[in-house]
Design a binder for this molecule. Structure first.
Ligand code: G3P
Ligand code: CA
Length: 261
């Protein structure tokens, strides 16, 4: 295969293991994923935690909103036992403990190989730039906000909200950004992305519905990362489009297909 897309484990490879746990992320890297996709939210006391949903109910034994709890209140919860891939009779902190972005960055820097990390800021509001501000502060503390190509962890920030991309661009212009797309906002179909976003992140459904979209974005000089590519027909479609990144809950399945020339 001449054009090989990067393979990203969506939420750490959410199909096989509990999403957003350190164990899931490390397993995906062992399998050979080039990178990870991670959602982040703020706790009540301002810590960035790797949790997709606003509410704790689906992925933990807690109740209520992530944003309504302090880190100390979230730490004792089990974030793994809800998932069918969680071994019933074992105590595996890496598969059940809440993951803070700080811990994830530390673990990835200790991996000893280059890892690409796509960080999606979840629901930035018009009235507070806190998620992006704290994210950039944390990345600076880890020496990862300068976009240097030799950093062991290559960070890219993603959002469905153009507002979030603007904030990241203002706070840390060297960090590449992805504009996530579920529907097609004006201009994007002609290859225009807001606020210096280098990469477009359309959903696989949008790519199927708009076959001209990927060529237009690539023609305009953008890379294209598609989510969430879990099925064989979806994978074949995005490979035909020669996309630059495939974000999947099943990174092992994508890697296996890519290994067949
Ligand atoms: O990679 C983008 C994708 O993760 C967006 O959807 O809901 O899984 O965060 P969601
Ligand atoms: Ca996401």
């Amino acid at each position: 295969m001449t054009h090989r897309p990067l393979v990203f484990a969506h939420r750490g490879g959410a199909d096989a293991l509990p999403e957003h746990t350190l164990g899931a992320y490390l397993r995906a890297l062992e399998e050979g994923a080039d990178g990870l996709e991670c959602d982040v939210r703020l706790t009540r006391d301002g810590h960035l935690v790797c949790v997709h949903d606003r509410n704790l109910k689906r992925t933990s034994n807690g109740r209520g909103l992530v944003s309504g709890k302090t880190l100390a209140e979230l730490e004792p919860l089990n974030f793994g036992s809800w998932h069918p891939g969680y071994p019933a009779d074992e105590d595996l902190p890496d598969l059940s403990r809440l993951l803070t972005l700080d811990r994830l960055l530390t673990a990835l820097r200790e991996c000893g190989r280059q890892v690409r990390l796509l960080i999606e800021t979840k629901h930035p509001s018009r009235h507070g730039a806190d998620v992006e501000r704290r994210l950039v502060e944390l990345l600076r503390r880890h020496g990862l906000a300068d976009g240097r190509p030799d950093n062991l962890v290559q960070v890219t920030v993603m959002s469905f909200a153009a507002l979030a991309l603007r904030r990241v661009r203002t706070l840390a212009p060297a960090i590449p950004t992805v504009y996530l797309l579920e529907i097609l906002p004006p201009g994007v179909g002609r290859g225009k992305l807001p606020f210096g976003a280098r990469i477009a992140g359309p959903g696989v459904g949008l790519v199927r519905a708009r076959p001209g979209l990927v060529p237009a974005l690539r023609q305009a000089g953008h890379q294209v990362y598609v989510w969430t590519v879990n099925e064989p027909d979806e994978l074949e479609m995005v490979l035909e489009h020669q996309v630059d990144g495939v974000i999947s809950d099943r990174p092992g399945f994508v890697l296996e297909r890519l290994a067949k020339v």
